[in-house]
Design a protein around this ligand. Structure first.
Ligand code: C2E
Ligand code: MG
Ligand code: MG
Length: 448
C-alpha cells in the first residue's frame, strides 16, 4: 500500500511514504523509531542533490520492505524532512514495551539497512544511520513518544567528519566511500577475520597478558591483508561503529568458546558512544560476566575534541559490566593529558614510534623514558608496542617496560594458541600481571 500526504505531529511536517495495513485498535501499542541519515548532506555535496533525494527515497522503501518481510511488527514510514525517516510501529508483541527482544530486532533492522549498499549511477554508497526507539509505554501517548524519540536523536552525536562544499573534499569522500563499501561487502561475506598478537612478558617467554585481535581481510589468493586504510575511511565516513561491533561480537564468540582465554579488541574512539546500537553487546556482557572480565577494549586516543565525554560515559558503562580498557597508541593522539586522566585506563600502550625513536638516539630515548613515566601515572599496566629486535626489547626492559608487543616477540597470526592448548589438554598460561581486577580501578578520578 502506498500513499503520500503530509501531516503534522508535534508541530513538524512529515510525509507518509508507505504503510502496512493498520490494525483496528492500536491504543497503547505504538512505538516509534526515528532514523537519521547522518551522511545525507555529505552525499549531496559529494554526488549531488539528486543522489541525496534518491537515496532517501530508497532508504524509506527499504525500511518498509524490511518491516513487511520477516519482522513480527508492521509500521508506517514517514519522511521527516530531507534526512530523517520516522517509523511508527505496531504489533510489538502483546504490548509496546521495548524489551530486549524487540530492541535486538530493531537494531538488527537498522544494521541490515546500514550494511546494505545503495547504488547511485556507478557509485556504491552506504548510509550512516542514527536511530532512537521510544514506545508509548515508556513515556505515554504517541505525540510524546515521538517527541522523545526525536529529542533523543537530536542529542545523538554525529559520528563521522562534517561535510565540506568543495571539489577536493567531494573527491576524497567518494574515494573513502569506494574503499569503505568494499570493506563492508567483505565483512558481510564473512571475509574479515581476526589475527591474534600476544602481549608478552619480556622476562618470561611463557607469560602472556592477553592476545589482541586485529582485523584482517582475505584477498583472492587467500592471503591476509591489513585493512587499516579502509578502517580509517570508515571512521571518517561515520560507518565504523558497525564494523567495530562485528569485531567485538567475534571476540565475544571466541571468549565464550574458550573460557580461560583473555582477548583484546580494537574499537575506534568514534564507536565509543553509548547508544542503543551497543544494547545487544551490553546485554550479552551483563548476562555472562565471565566474558566481560576477559575482554580488553583498546581505544586509540584519537577521539575528536569534545567527544571525550562520550568516550568516558561509554567506558564507565562497559566497566560497570566488567570490561577493561587499554589506551592504544599512547603519545600519538589529540587528547590532552587532563582528558586522558579522566578516562583512567587500565592499560596504556605506548605507540611503536617512540620505541623506534628511543632505539635511534639519546633524544628519542629521553622521550621514551618520560612517556613511560607518564603512562605509568595514567594506568597500572603499561605495554610498549612495536618491539622488533632484542635491542629494542632490552631498551624497554631497562625502563621497566616488561609487557611488550611486537614482531620480535610474536607477530599477528591466525593461529589461536588457546585452541591448540585445549586440544593438548592444557590451559594457556595467562597472567594478571599488574592488571587491576575488574571493578577495582576507580573511573574518572579527575572530573573534566
Ligand atoms: P594497533 O591496535 O596499535 O595495532 C598494532 C599494529 O601494529 C597492527 O597493525 C600490528 O600488525 C602492527 N604491529 C605489531 N607488531 C609490530 C612491530 O613489531 N612493528 C611494526 N611496525 N608494527 C607492528 P595493523 O594490524 O595493520 O593495525 C593497524 C591499526 O588498525 C591498529 O593499530 C588499530 O588501530 C587498527 N585496527 C585493527 N583492527 C581494528 C578493528 O577491528 N577495529 C578498529 N577500529 N581498528 C582496528
Ligand atoms: Mg590495538
Ligand atoms: Mg597500537
Amino acid at each position: 500500500m502506498r500513499s503520500s500526504y503530509t501531516s503534522t505531529n508535534c508541530g513538524r511536517r512529515r510525509t507518509l511514504v508507505a504503510s502496512a495495513p493498520h490494525p483496528e485498535a492500536v491504543d497503547g501499542d505504538l512505538a516509534f523509531i526515528v532514523l537519521r541519515i547522518e551522511n545525507y548532506q555529505h552525499i549531496v555535496f559529494a554526488y549531488g542533490k539528486d543522489a541525496g533525494v534518491a537515496i532517501h527515497a530508497e532508504f524509506c522503501s527499504r525500511i518498509i520492505n524490511q518491516l513487511n518481510d520477516g519482522y513480527p511488527f508492521h509500521g508506517a514510514v514517514y519522511a521527516g524532512g530531507e534526512s530523517d525517516v520516522e517509523v511508527e510501529i505496531w504489533g510489538i508483541l502483546e504490548d509496546s514495551h521495548l524489551d530486549r527482544y524487540n530492541i535486538a530486532m530493531l537494531n538488527a533492522l537498522c544494521e541490515q539497512i546500514a550494511m546494505s549498499s545503495f547504488t547511485w549511477k556507478r557509485h556504491v554508497l552506504h548510509v550512516a544511520i542514527s536511530a532512537s526507539f521510544v514506545s508509548e509505554q515508556e513515556v505515554g501517548r504517541s505525540a510524546r513518544a515521538l517527541g522523545h524519540a526525536r529529542e533523543a536523536l537530536a542529542a545523538a552525536p554525529i559520528i563521522g567528519e562534517p561535510p565540506q562544499s568543495n571539489p577536493v573534499w567531494a573527491q576524497s569522500y567518494r574515494h573513502d566511500m569506494e574503499v569503505a563499501a568494499k570493506l563492508l561487502a567483505d565483512l558481510d561475506r564473512g571475509e574479515i577475520v581476526l589475527s591474534w598478537q600476544p602481549i608478552c612478558h619480556a622476562e618470561d617467554s611463557e607469560a602472556v597478558l592477553y592476545h589482541e585481535g586485529l582485523a584482517r581481510g582475505i584477498d583472492a589468493s587467500g592471503q591476509y591483508y591489513c585493512p587499516t586504510e579502509a578502517i580509517q575511511s570508515l571512521e571518517r565516513l561515520g560507518l565504523i561503529r558497525i564494523f567495530d561491533q562485528r569485531m567485538v561480537l567475534n571476540v565475544l564468540a571466541e571468549l565464550q568458546a574458550y573460557p580461560s582465554v583473555r582477548l583484546g579488541v580494537n574499537i575506534s574512539a568514534r564507536s565509543a558512544v553509548l547508544d542503543r546500537w551497543w544494547d545487544e553487546i551490553r546485554a550479552r556482557l551483563a548476562a555472562d560476566p565471565g566474558l566481560a572480565s576477559r575482554l580488553i577494549i583498546e581505544i586509540t586516543e584519537t577521539a575528536p575534541p569534545g567527544a571525550i565525554a562520550d568516550v568516558r560515559a561509554f567506558m564507565g558503562e562497559m566497566r560497570r559490566l566488567g570490561c577493561r580498557f587499554a589506551l592504544d597508541d599512547f603519545g600519538t593522539g589529540y587528547a590532552s593529558i587532563q582528558h586522558l586522566l579522566t578516562l583512567s585506563p587500565d592499560i596504556v600502550k605506548i605507540a611503536s614510534i617512540f620505541l623506534r625513536a628511543g632505539d635511534r638516539g639519546q633524544r628519542g630515548a629521553a622521550v621514551l623514558a618520560h612517556l613511560e613515566g607518564l603512562a605509568r601515572a595514567l594506568a597500572p599496566t603499561v605495554v610498549v608496542e612495536g618491539v622488533e629486535t632484542e635491542a629494542q626489547s632490552g631498551l624497554a626492559r631497562a625502563l621497566g617496560l616488561v609487557w611488550q608487543q611486537g614482531y620480535g616477540l610474536g607477530p599477528p597470526s591466525s593461529a589461536r594458541p588457546w585452541a591448540a592448548a585445549r586440544r593438548n589438554g592444557r590451559c594457556l598460561r595467562e597472567t594478571d600481571g599488574d592488571l587491576p581486577a575488574p571493578f577495582q580501578w576507580e573511573v574518572g578520578f579527575l572530573n573534566a
